[in-house]
Design a protein around this ligand. Structure first.
Ligand code: AMP
Ligand code: MG
Length: 324
């Protein structure tokens, strides 16, 4: 009898769900805070997987950061600017292809050549491009200047300079989730700044993702219970300064003017992949409430929540509260 009890106790103790627990870590990568949380039975394996996720994020940053001289992106920007056709990696071609797709879908609201001019903003130092730079470089902002054929890239304008800041974090988050899913993780959350993706639920409950109060407000404006979803928020409070005229100068640029975009404070987009929700949140921010919602309502896999500077909240059709 005692033997049987001990055997049962051992079985209970060693049956995996009892030992499983949450594991998480954070690191500063890609100029932002990366967080990983996952549910796993083996602490050592969990630590290893979190290490692999962080390593993958660092790899992506090393390849696609415009701030690293020897990144693939910096090399492309240097060589293509002098008229060379540059053979890029398959991965880089994928990033460019998706970026150009969102350029077309948004009629240029999402445009990775925004940086041709916007590279001369310095949000930390409170600097904007000069009038002369505006005049000279605004014509270089046009995603159609980028010619992508297979893995061959050419810039059709000499002052084109691209920056993948509006899409690379989402791509990285997707890669991380794929890595965890391939390792049979069932419950995980990965985020890089405003871009997150959730694998499964938070065990019996959904994950809860908070949309921050925009512009320095404290706490959470809206809480979203979610599972198996990507969610990206673009906000004008992420990188900004207030200029001498009291204007709020932030990092999401209207490619038509080369200036900070619109009258939105934050946009949150929900959908299956962070690669897309990242690009779309930036896109909707630039398009504004009306055109932004019209775009999201055309895309069945996506939904959006927009908070305007005046504090009004707009939902896409898939999320709109039922009429009273
Ligand atoms: P997110 O926080 O995802 O909205 O990304 C903002 C980042 O996207 C900025 O810091 C820029 O690197 C980049 N970005 C800004 N404006 C645009 C634009 N019009 N099209 C594409 N990327 C942009
Ligand atoms: Mg984005």
């Amino acid at each position: 009898m005692i033997k049987r009890l001990v055997a049962t106790a051992c079985l209970l103790l060693f049956s995996t769900p009892l030992l499983a627990e949450w594991h998480s870590d954070q690191a500063d990568i890609m100029g932002t805070r990366v967080s990983v949380t996952l549910w796993h039975e083996q602490p050592e394996r969990a630590r290893q997987l979190i290490g692999q996720v962080m390593a993958e994020m660092r790899r992506i940053d090393d390849h696609y950061s415009p701030y690293k001289e020897d990144s693939d992106l910096s090399r492309l920007n240097r060589k293509a600017a002098v008229g060379e056709t540059v053979k890029v990696s398959g991965e880089m071609a994928e990033l460019l292809d998706k970026s150009l797709y969102y350029g077309r879908v948004s009629e240029g609201a999402f445009d990775i050549t925004f940086a041709s001019l916007a590279r001369y903003y310095d949000y930390r130092q409170g600097k904007t491009p000069s009038d002369q730079q505006r005049e000279e470089l605004l014509p270089a902002i046009d995603y159609r200047h980028i010619q992508l054929e297979g893995r061959d890239v050419r810039y059709r304008h000499p002052a084109v300079y691209i920056d993948l800041g509006g899409i690379a974090k989402g791509y990285a988050v997707d890669r991380a989730i794929e890595l965890l899913r391939d390792a049979d993780v069932q419950h995980a959350s990965v985020s890089a700044g405003g871009d997150s993706r959730l694998l499964g639920a938070r065990r019996e409950r959904p994950w809860v993702v908070g949309i921050k109060q925009p512009r320095g407000g404290e706490g959470v404006a809206i809480s979203l219970p979610l599972e198996n979803t990507a969610v990206s928020t673009s906000g004008d409070y992420e990188r900004y300064f207030i200029d001498d005229a009291g204007e709020w100068i932030h990092h999401i640029i209207n490619p038509r003017t080369g200036k900070s975009a619109g009258d939105i404070a934050s946009v949150t987009v929900l959908g299956p992949h962070a690669f897309d929700t990242d690009a779309l949140s930036t896109t909707v921010f630039v398009l504004g409430v009306e055109k932004g919602l019209a775009l999201i309502n055309q895309l069945p896999a996506f939904d959006a929540i927009i908070i305007t500077r005046a504090g009004k909240v707009h939902y896409s059709e898939g999320l709109a509260p039922p009429a009273p």
